[in-house]
Design a binder for this molecule. Structure first.
Ligand code: HEC
Ligand code: HEC
Length: 277
């Protein structure tokens, strides 16, 4: 057994080493910093995408860009991207030009704190803010075809990039609230997210195989919905599943939870548009 004070010393050690100065020490410092980061949050096994819990038919459909019905929303989003909207007379493209360049990486790092009013925004929230702030158009309803299409199109530009979800001073309170929700028992079934997605991933629940509950493929095309749907629609379905009161799509509770989920999904590739059963 390692004495407690030795362990504490090991954790304090990196701050005593000057990581900036000696070149040879750089990779060593990186290793120590990684150990430190793990110490700050309990270690978790490598996350696995919901795709790997899906059946072969669903996996094949997602992999085929011509068969994946979610690509229809991506294509609709591309059209909307170029249409002037609102009193500004500007399209998304007027400011952001080509989405494959300007939107690349966005889905990997959202939700983010808005530099202006300091609220936490997911991609849907950011798009609506651009509509209101920059296009002088009204916000789109959550789950509307237009917002789904623009979100799918923007997020698709990050496909294959790893989820990064940086937790920092500015967003930590949101992260903590999201984590609190994740571990809070709720509903008539008195279950928390953790009971299904952390402790029982891989088990069968009715016709479903429970996955780890990551959001890296959203918006997805869900066969049961016969439509594309947002992450918040999926989360609301999970609240419904345990007979809990459902927060509104786009509500602060769900955006905070989305940030916490993104931190759990770190390293998984963005898959938008995913396909789910
Ligand atoms: C008049 C210019 C303008 C228009 C039009 C506009 N945006 Fe933006 N957009 C911005 C600016 C500026 C930012 C940076 C944040 C801010 O200041 O609001 C931004 C940020 C974003 C981001 C986040 C990018 C990042 O790297 O964090 C997304 C996503 C986005 N816009 C999507 C859209 C979409 C989709 C549309 C069309 C519905 C649109 N925007 C229309 C100016 C615009
Ligand atoms: C009673 C079990 C149960 C609980 C509790 C539960 N879920 Fe789910 N969840 C499911 C099932 C079943 C699915 C569909 C199969 C899958 O993808 O895991 C699902 C799907 C998901 C997905 C979609 C994953 C994907 O790859 O498409 C996410 C994200 C998710 N849940 C998050 C949550 C969160 C966050 C909570 C807590 C608020 C929660 N779930 C609570 C059972 C549950």
């Amino acid at each position: 057994m390692i004495p407690a004070n030795a362990a504490a010393n090991a954790l304090r050690w990196p701050s005593a080493v000057d990581c900036g100065v000696r070149k040879l020490l750089v990779s060593f410092c990186g290793l120590l910093l990684a150990v430190n980061a793990v110490a700050a949050e309990p270690p978790r096994p490598q996350p696995k995408s919901g795709l790997s819990y899906a059946g072969a038919d669903v996996r094949a459909l997602q992999a085929d860009d011509f068969g994946n019905p979610g690509m229809l929303w991506v294509a609709r989003g591309e059209k909307l991207w170029n249409i002037p909207t609102g009193r500004s007379g500007k399209s998304c493209a007027s400011c952001h030009r080509e989405a494959p360049a300007s939107m690349k990486g966005v889905a990997a790092r959202y939700p983010r704190i808005d530099a202006g009013d300091k609220t936490l925004l997911n991609i849907e929230g950011r798009i609506n803010q651009c509509r209101e702030r920059h296009q002088e158009a009204g916000a789109l309803a959550y789950e509307s075809e237009e917002l789904l299409a623009l979100t799918a199109y923007a997020a698709h530009q990050s496909r294959h990039l790893p989820v990064q979800a940086e937790i920092n001073e500015a967003n930590r309170a949101h992260f903590e609230r999201g984590r609190e929700t994740y571990y809070r028992r709720q509903g008539q079934m008195n279950l928390a997210c953790t009971h299904c997605h952390e402790r029982n991933a891989g088990r069968k629940l009715l016709a479903d195989t429970i996955s780890e509950g990551h959001g890296n493929a959203y918006p997805v095309y869900r066969l049961e919905w016969q439509s594309a749907g947002s992450l918040h629609r999926r989360l609301r379905a999970c609240y419904f599943g345990v007979r809990a009161e459902q927060p509104a799509a786009g509500s602060a509770e769900l955006v905070d939870l989305e940030l916490y989920l993104a931190s759990r999904a770190r390293g998984l590739p963005v898959e938008t548009p995913g396909v789910r059963r």
